[in-house]
Write a protein of this length. Sequence first.
Length: 254
Amino acid sequence: MIRGLYIAASGMITRQVQQENLSNDIANINTPGYKKDKTALKTFEEVMIENKDRIVNGKSYKNVIGKMDMGVGIDDVKTDYSQGILEETSRNLDFAINGEGFFTVVDDNNNKYYTRDGRFKIDSDGNLRTIEGYKVLGLNENNDEAEINVKDSDFKLSSDGSFESSNGKMKFLISSFNTQDLQKSSSNFYISNSKPNIANSDVKQGYLEKSNVDAIEVITNMITIMRNYESSQKVLQQMDETLGKTVNEVGSVR
């Protein structure tokens, strides 16, 4: 009976974590470049159930009843990096990556971050920055990394993805990774301790990549998870009532 309480409770905890991840996806459905998370589940090890009710010649023997599943838990939360739909904005400082890779940016302490969110702005010094204030990195004509400083906000990408900057022709530094090496950071950024490769993905100006969250899929999953949570909750309540009767009624003197 007590074991059943733990199994039902583990199911409720698991569904709660799933619901929280789906809620975060819903909250970021309109965030450009956002990638949804998927929760992987695992079952705990099965337990062999047996008793010694079988008695032969006054001796009790083990009687195997079968195996019992010990419930379900969270195995891992993995990010789905599939491409989102590109939406035209006609804003000159909006950019979208069509293909693999991430824009490479640095904060004021030169810590590198990676993002698919291409909403940029230009500061008073002409530096191209993210809306959070991180500087955007590019590659100069010598293929060296450099901060992007543009002469004016009307710069245009050429057919090969290059553009004129204060330091001559440059391209965006698009970094690609084995996605297992990436970790989500705050504000739609990713971090990695591994060395990235340079991707030759197409960068489109005047576009933004929408999040890859499917609203219908998320709502359907939320309904399913809520029903599973309620089922585990009812089982838990019934077991609690049974235990209450056992403690208060069984063996009482009448």
